[in-house]
Design a protein around this ligand. Structure first.
Ligand SMILES: Cc1ncc(COP(=O)(O)O)c(C=O)c1O
Length: 368
C-alpha cells in the first residue's frame, strides 16, 4: 500500500544510515525482526490484540516480571505501564505526591529538569533544591528540606549531556526521571521512592511510560487528579484503567528479554561505558575540534554533547555526517551544538562508523 511517506519508509528499511537520535533509540535487529513477525499474521496480530484478552495480560505480566528481575525491584514497589509520555508524569507527580499543602523540591541541572519543575509549579509549591549548568552541585550545597513531599532529579539530562554517576541518598522521597538512561545501569531502590521513564529511548518505542513507585507513596493524590493519572487507582487496576499502550508494552517485553539475554543491565552498562569512553577519547584526541560542554565528572555516557568552533563548522560537520550515513546528530534546539546518543539498541557497527567519521573530520580540520 502506498502512502505520501513511502519514500521515507523505504529509505529507513534499506537501513543504509545509522541514527544517533536522542528522541528515540534504535531497536536491535533481533528485536525489530520479532516485532515485524508479530505484526504479520492476518487477520489478527499483536496490533489488534485486545487489552482485555488473557494473551495481553500474560504479555504484561511477563514484561513486569522481566523488568523486576533486571532491576531487582523490591516487592514494596508497584510497576505501572502508562500512556502520555514522561511529560505527563511531570504533572502526575505533584498531583499524586504533594498531598495537602505539600512542597516539592527539584534539582535543576538542565532542560528536562526545568521542564519538570515548571509543570509541577502549575499544581503546587515547587522549589529548587540545587541548580547547576554543566555540572551537578555537590550534595552538601543542596537545600534539602526533609519535610518536603519529594525531591525530583533528572538522572540523565538528555539535551545537555549531563548525568548523575550515582543517585544521592536523601532524607526525603527521591523521584528520578530516567527517561534517557533507564536500564543502562543498575539501580539502588533503597535510595529511590519513584522512578519513571518513557520507553522510546532505551527499552522500546514511543507511547509507553513506566512508573516504578513505592507503595507508601500511593493514596495521597489530590482530589482533582484525573483517574487515569492516579497512581493508586492505576495500581489497583493493573494499569488497565483505560486502554494501555498494548503495542509499546509488547515491544518493551521483547526489548527487556533481549537485554536479559545479553547479560542484563550489567552488560548494557559495560557496553555503554566502552562506547562512551571511545567517543570522549575521540573528543580529547581531536586537538580542540570537538569541545565538550559538560565538566568531565558529569559527562553523560548516554548523550555525549559537544560544540565546534562556530555555527558554520557545526553545519559543515552535520552535512558531512549525513553524507556519511550518520543521521540525527544535531543538538537539542534549546542547547545547540552536536549530540550523540548511545541508547541500548545501538549496534557496534554504528558506533564504529561514527568513531571513524569523528576521526576523519577532525584530521580534515587540522589540515585545513
Ligand atoms: C529526560 C527526559 N525527560 C522527559 C522527556 C519527555 O519525554 P516525552 O516526550 O515522552 O514526554 C524526555 C524526552 O526526550 C527526556 O529526555
Amino acid at each position: 500500500m502506498g502512502s505520501p511517506c513511502s519514500a521515507e519508509v523505504a529509505a529507513l528499511r534499506r537501513g543504509e544510515r545509522f541514527s544517533f537520535s536522542a528522541a528515540a533509540g534504535p531497536l536491535p535487529a533481533e528485536v525489530a525482526d520479532a516485532v515485524a513477525e508479530a505484526c504479520r499474521p492476518r487477520p489478527a496480530s499483536i496490533l489488534s490484540l485486545p487489552f482485555t484478552s488473557p494473551a495481553f495480560h500474560r504479555i504484561q505480566a511477563e514484561t513486569e516480571a522481566c523488568l523486576r528481575r533486571l532491576l531487582a525491584i523490591p516487592d514494596t514497589f508497584r510497576v505501572l505501564f502508562l500512556a502520555g509520555g514522561a511529560s505527563a508524569q511531570f504533572a502526575a507527580l505533584p498531583l499524586n505526591l504533594l498531598g495537602e499543602g505539600g512542597r516539592a523540591l527539584y534539582v535543576d541541572t538542565g532542560h528536562w529538569s526545568l521542564r519538570a519543575l515548571a509543570e509541577a509549579a502549575r499544581y503546587g509549591e515547587a522549589g529548587v533544591a540545587a541548580r547547576g549548568a554543566g555540572a551537578i552541585p555537590p550534595l552538601a550545597d543542596w537545600a534539602v528540606d526533609a519535610s518536603a513531599a519529594y525531591c525530583h532529579l533528572t538522572s540523565n539530562e538528555t539535551a545537555d549531556g549531563l548525568q548523575y554517576d550515582e543517585l544521592p541518598a536523601l532524607p526525603l522521597p527521591l523521584v528520578a526521571d530516567m527517561s534517557s538512561d533507564f536500564l543502562t545501569r543498575a539501580l539502588d531502590f533503597s535510595r529511590l521512592a519513584l522512578v519513571y521513564a518513557g520507553t522510546q529511548k532505551t527499552i522500546g518505542i514511543p507511547g509507553l511510560t513506566v512508573v516504578i513507585v513505592h507503595e507508601r507513596l500511593l493514596g495521597r493524590a489530590a482530589p482533582a487528579t484525573p483517574r487515569v493519572m492516579n497512581y493508586a487507582a492505576q495500581a489497583e487496576a493493573q494499569s488497565r484503567l483505560c486502554t494501555p499502550p498494548v503495542f509499546p508494552i509488547f515491544v518493551a517485553h521483547l526489548m527487556l528479554h533481549w537485554i536479559e539475554a545479553q547479560g542484563g543491565v550489567t552488560a548494557m552498562a559495560t557496553a555503554l561505558a566502552r562506547r562512551s569512553a571511545a567517543v570522549y577519547a575521540a573528543f580529547d584526541g581531536s586537538g580542540g575540534v570537538y569541545r565538550p560542554v559538560v565538566e568531565a565528572p558529569f559527562r553523560s555516557r548516554v548523550n555525549p554533547c559537544f560544540r565546534l568552533a562556530d555555527d558554520e563548522t557545526t553545519e559543515h560537520f552535520l552535512r558531512a555526517a549525513e553524507a556519511a550515513g550518520l543521521r540525527d546528530l544535531r543538538g537539542h534546539p534549546a542547547v545547540g551544538g552536536v549530540r550523540i546518543s548511545l541508547y541500548n539498541g545501538i549496534g557496534d557497527g554504528a558506533v564504529e562508523a561514527l568513531l571513524g567519521f569523528l576521526d576523519a573530520f577532525a584530521r580534515g580540520r587540522a589540515q585545513a
